[in-house]
Design a protein around this ligand. Structure first.
Ligand code: BV8
Ligand code: ZN
Length: 241
C-alpha cells in the first residue's frame, strides 16, 4: 500500500496536503481528541467557542496560555520535516493545516495556509488590530491581555460556530481543483468544513491518500488509507520520491 502511495506521488506534478492535530502529536502537543478533559476537566469544544470567551475570558485565556506553554516546549517532529522535504520535490504545493500551533512554519514549510488561525496571534475586540501574542513563561500573572487601544484581546483562532477565513478557504479550493493528489494526515475528519475536503477531492477526480493513526470517516473515501504514525510513514514515503 505504501508503494502505491509513492507511485501516485511520483506520477504527480502538484500536491495538496491537509493536516490536523495528529501531525503534532509526536511533538508532544495533545490532539483535540486527547485534549478532551485534559485541562482542568474541560473539553476543547467547550472552551473553543465565542460563548465560552464571552462568559469567562480569563478561563479561556488561561487555556490558550497553557497550550502555548506546551507548544513553546515542543519541537517539530519527523512528520513536519517530511512535509518540508515533500514541498521541495514539487513545484506546485499547498499545505492547508487545521492546526494553530505554528509547527509547520517552525519546521520550514513555506506554502502554508492556516484554516483555523494561529495561537501565537491575538486580535483586538475593539479596534480589530491583529498582533503577535506569546505568553511570557516567567510572568505567571495571567491578567487579561489588552490592546494598545486598551481593548480586550482574543486569540486569533477560529472558534466553533465562527466562520473560517474565506480567502484561505477559497484559495484552498482553487488549488485543490487543479492539483493531482491530496495527502490528508493527522485529522479525524470530524470538523467542518475541512472534513469536506476528501469528498471534494474525490468528486474532482483527484487521487487521495490518508496517513492516520486510526481509521476515520475519511478512510473509506480515500484511494489509499495508510494506518500508523505520521512521523514514521510520511518520512518513508518522502525519502522514496
Ligand atoms: C463553521 C481552532 C459556520 C481553535 C478549531 C453546531 C453549531 C455550530 C457549528 C457547528 C455545529 N455542528 C457542526 C458545526 C460545524 C463545526 C463543526 O465541525 N463541529 C464539529 C465538532 C462537528 N465547525 C465550525 O464551527 C467551523 N465553522 O462551521 O462556521 C458559519 C458560517 C458562517 C457564519 C457563521 C458560522 C469552525 C471550526 C473550527 C473550530 N476551531 N481549532 C483552537 O485550536 O483552539 S477546530 C480544532 O479541532 C482543530 O483546529 C481541528 O480542526 C479540530 C480537531 O480536529 P483534528 O485536527 O482532526 O484533531 P483530532 O484530535 O480530532 O484528531 C487527531 C487525529 O490524528 C485522530 O484521527 C488521530 O487518530 C490522529 N493521530 C493521532 N496521533 C497521530 C495521528 N495520526 C498520525 N500520526 C500520529 N502520531
Ligand atoms: Zn485595539
Amino acid at each position: 500500500m505504501i508503494q502505491k502511495a509513492i507511485d501516485i506521488l511520483k506520477s504527480s506534478k502538484s500536491v495538496f496536503v491537509l493536516t490536523g492535530a495528529g501531525i503534532s502529536a509526536e511533538s508532544g502537543v495533545p490532539t483535540f481528541r486527547d485534549a478532551d478533559g485534559l485541562w482542568k476537566n474541560y473539553s476543547a469544544t467547550d472552551l473553543a467557542t465565542p460563548e465560552a470567551f464571552a462568559r469567562n475570558p480569563a478561563l479561556v485565556w488561561e487555556w490558550y496560555h497553557w497550550r502555548q506553554s506546551i507548544i513553546l516546549k515542543a519541537a517539530p517532529n519527523p512528520a513536519h520535516y517530511a512535509l518540508v522535504e515533500l514541498e521541495k520535490k514539487f513545484s506546485t504545493f499547498l499545505l492547508l493545516t487545521q492546526n494553530v500551533d505554528n509547527l509547520h512554519r517552525r519546521a520550514g514549510s513555506q506554502n502554508v495556509l492556516e484554516l483555523h488561525g494561529n495561537i501565537f496571534r491575538a486580535r483586538c475586540l475593539s479596534c480589530g488590530n491583529v498582533q503577535e501574542h506569546t505568553i511570557d513563561p516567567d510572568n505567571e500573572v495571567n491578567n487579561l491581555p489588552t490592546c494598545s487601544c486598551s481593548g480586550l484581546l482574543r486569540p486569533d483562532v477560529v472558534w466553533f460556530g465562527e466562520p473560517i477565513p474565506q480567502d484561505v478557504w477559497q484559495q484552498s479550493l482553487t488549488f485543490l481543483n487543479q492539483t493531482d493528489v491530496a495527502l490528508i494526515s493527522g485529522t479525524s475528519g470530524i470538523v467542518w468544513p475541512a472534513a469536506a475536503i476528501p469528498e471534494l477531492a474525490k468528486k474532482g477526480g483527484i487521487k487521495t491518500i490518508e496517513v492516520n493513526l486510526e481509521s476515520t470517516p475519511i478512510s473509506p473515501i480515500v484511494d489509499i488509507s495508510l494506518q500508523g504514525k505520521a512521523g514514521e510513514i510520511l518520512p518513508q514515503i518522502v525519502q522514496k520520491l
